[in-house]
Ligand binder design. Structure first.
Ligand SMILES: Cc1cc2nc3c(=O)[nH]c(=O)nc-3n(C[C@H](O)[C@H](O)[C@H](O)COP(=O)(O)O)c2cc1C
Length: 169
């Protein structure tokens, strides 16, 4: 099947090493734009973003995760938040955040960039909020590390379809 959307879905890999080249601000904004075009319950759009390119701040954020090498190496980070004041349903708003993050990863792939969804840093989400000088009421969903990939030979795998399809009626 010849579809650019399916190609992005299947070709996207988590990219954890990057060249030193900066990522253009317009590309970062395009990635955020793809995120905000994700579906959300009642179209409430509960997501908020912090874009970080400052190396000193990246260094501080790196100390909040065991994946510090990725955070330091990535020229850009986008922290994805849910705004508690914009939320209406705990489960559905978290599902929307996941859709938003996946849209952003696919956009990075489509733009020729590499990205990885960092979740382990949520362990220290309160420290991250303070480092980013954000008010309470914003809940960290993920940090996306973004850059120009230094290689493109990453492999991943999935179990076969019949592992996941419980039944077809
Ligand atoms: C909720 C979530 C949290 C993740 N957290 C991390 C993380 O902290 N560090 C990391 O290197 N990768 C993280 N990943 C990326 C996964 O390891 C990766 O998606 C998985 O191994 C499949 O590889 P692929 O993305 O290349 O297909 C996370 C992915 C998700 C969806």
């Amino acid at each position: 099947m010849d579809s650019p959307v399916l190609a992005a879905i299947y070709h996207r890999r988590s990219i954890r090493t990057f060249t030193a080249e900066a990522v253009d601000r317009e590309l970062l904004h395009e990635i955020v734009k793809a995120g905000i075009w994700a579906p959300s319950g009642l179209n409430n759009q509960p997501w908020r973003f912090v874009i970080v390119t400052d190396p000193a701040l990246r260094g501080k954020l790196a100390q909040e995760t065991r994946y510090s090498h990725i955070v330091v190496a990535a020229p850009a980070l986008i922290a994805v938040y849910l705004d508690r004041n914009a939320m209406y349903d705990e489960v559905k708003d978290h599902q929307a955040a996941g859709a938003c993050i996946e849209n952003m990863l696919l956009a990075a792939e489509a733009l020729g960039l590499g990205a990885v969804w960092l979740g382990q840093i949520l362990k220290n989400k309160e420290n991250v909020r303070l480092l980013l000088e954000l008010p309470e009421g914003l809940e960290l969903m993920a940090v996306i590390a973004i850059g120009h990939p230094d290689r493109r030979d990453q492999r991943s795998n999935r179990k076969p379809l019949d592992h996941f399809i419980i039944k077809e009626l």
